[in-house]
Design a protein around this ligand. Structure first.
Ligand SMILES: *[C@@H]1O[C@H](CO)[C@@H](O)[C@H](O)[C@H]1NC(C)=O
Ligand SMILES: *[C@@H]1O[C@H](CO)[C@@H](O)[C@H](O)[C@H]1NC(C)=O
Ligand SMILES: *[C@@H]1O[C@H](CO)[C@@H](O)[C@H](O)[C@H]1NC(C)=O
Ligand SMILES: *[C@@H]1O[C@H](CO)[C@@H](O)[C@H](O)[C@H]1NC(C)=O
Ligand SMILES: *[C@@H]1O[C@H](CO)[C@@H](O)[C@H](O)[C@H]1NC(C)=O
Ligand SMILES: *[C@@H]1O[C@H](CO)[C@@H](O)[C@H](O)[C@H]1NC(C)=O
Ligand SMILES: *[C@@H]1O[C@H](CO)[C@@H](O)[C@H](O)[C@H]1NC(C)=O
Length: 362
């Protein structure tokens, strides 16, 4: 769905080695592998390979570093959607392993469950108001293992965007035992516990957020030397970031939620596409650092490499990937991109076209 999404980058202090392969998807039906080469401080981002795959509207890529596989959701909005998996073969050319029919409107996916955490995939379906799961591997005869369909009475406060439940993300919690799905239409974070053996999800009570918040993406950080799990949610409709502590009963039962703070990503009325924050390692609360350009319009997606040295931002409408350096000591993001590459055709503001997803393949 269209949005100008404030990006929260989580600042980490880690080593220096960088991996230099990225994957990107384009709503016109392409999935790319990109090479980021560097010589000293000079970087060059180039297309290594491109395939037409992942149905009519590729929207989201998950990279499985262990299985050297890629899972792509298709946001096709009517008829039948799909889920595809690719292997990253020699010279990083992607080949399709499997493609199965799925509900429409796939906008995000995550691997979960099984003995290795890679036994199943869960998918958020925005237009279908559903979350589905599939057992892996995906084949042409795969059918969903479970489909959760959500309904609500009437509209939410944002009449245009909250006509129905719209799950926009599925994300695995820090220890892999629960899946969370911000529902932009229904103003809640949906939660499931995972049965690792069967891959079945069991619904937990949702975390309800104020009407009109429109939660879109969630991520988690563990602070207090492991004692506190904190959830950060980017709220698309309210244009805020909320910080919430999670509590887990010792019997493995569903988490409860304690709101800590809700912030504007734009202090002092400034606006910019990327906001950075430091995380207090005791409370998990955020301190504003800086705002940055995204070097294109409609930043939809971003990914930080494992070393914490590079931030790749995917701008939807201008269909470009901008790579920005991160100072691992200060967390500061570089003023100008080290590389910037247009992929395929540019999109149109408010349309579901242009670049959809970028991730580091490492
Ligand atoms: C960047 O890489 C591409 C593809 O390998 C190559 O054609 C181009 O000349 C390189 N650009 C620079 C500035 O090295
Ligand atoms: C991209 O990098 C991979 C791995 O280093 C290499 O095999 C491939 O040839 C590169 N692609 C291009 C177009 O240079
Ligand atoms: C997982 O499902 C299996 C089969 O239904 C059941 O025997 C087992 O107790 C479940 N595990 C948990 C942790 O609920
Ligand atoms: C998993 O859930 C489905 C329905 O959601 C159910 O039909 C199936 O029996 C469950 N499988 C196990 C092993 O519990
Ligand atoms: C994950 O957290 C839940 C809730 O605290 C706990 O029951 C479970 O044992 C944990 N799992 C792992 C693998 O640590
Ligand atoms: C932000 O903008 C509003 C509306 O224009 C104004 O009332 C407010 O004083 C501004 N705040 C700051 C900190 O500049
Ligand atoms: C990171 O920032 C520190 C403090 O400003 C500076 O001393 C250091 O040179 C920077 N590192 C890089 C790689 O730019």
């Amino acid at each position: 769905m269209p949005s100008l999404l404030p990006l929260v980058t989580v600042l980490t202090l880690v080593g220096a080695a960088t991996c230099e392969q990225l994957l990107a998807s384009h709503f016109s039906g392409q999935v790319y592998t990109l090479n980021l080469t560097s010589a000293g401080s000079k970087y060059n981002l180039s297309v290594s390979s491109v395939i037409t795959a992942c149905g009519g509207l590729p929207s989201w890529l998950t990279y499985d570093a262990v299985g050297k596989a890629v899972y792509c959701s298709d946001e096709t909005m009517s008829g039948t959607g799909s889920i595809s998996s690719f292997s990253a073969g020699t010279n990083d050319v992607l080949t399709v392993i499997g493609k199965a029919n799925a509900p429409i409107g796939g906008v995000a996916n995550t691997l979960f469950g099984g003995s290795n955490g890679r036994g199943y995939v869960a998918i958020a379906h925005y237009q279908a108001s559903k979350v589905s799961t599939f057992k892996l591997p995906i084949t042409s005869s795969s059918v969903p293992q479970q489909v959760f369909t959500f309904t609500m009475n009437g509209h939410g406060p944002n009449y245009a965007r909250q006509d129905a439940p719209h799950p926009h993300h599925v994300v695995l919690g820090p220890n892999g035992s629960f899946i969370y799905s911000p529902d932009l239409g229904a103003d809640q974070i949906r939660v499931w516990s995972i049965n690792h053996t069967t891959g079945n999800l069991t619904s937990c009570p949702s975390y309800m957020v104020p009407g009109g918040t429109g939660p879109r993406h969630a991520t988690f950080v563990v602070v207090q030397n492991g004692a506190r799990i904190v959830m950060y949610v980017a709220n698309e409709l309210a244009n805020t970031i909320s910080v919430t502590a999670l509590k887990f009963p010792s019997n493995g039962a569903c988490p409860t939620f304690q709101p800590l703070e809700t912030l504007s990503p734009f202090p002092n009325n400034a606006t910019a596409p990327i906001a950075t924050w430091t995380i207090d390692q005791t409370s998990g609360m955020l301190d504003f650092v800086d705002l940055h350009d995204s070097w294109g319009t409609y930043p939809r997606t971003f990914s930080i490499n494992k070393a914490g040295t590079l931030l790749a931002v995917g701008d939807q409408t201008t269909a470009n990937v901008a790579v920005l350096a991160i100072n691992t000591t200060t967390g500061e993001v570089g003023a100008t991109p080290v590389a910037n590459l247009r992929l395929g055709t540019a999109g149109h503001p408010e349309n579901e076209d242009g670049l959809s997803s970028v991730v580091w393949a490492e």
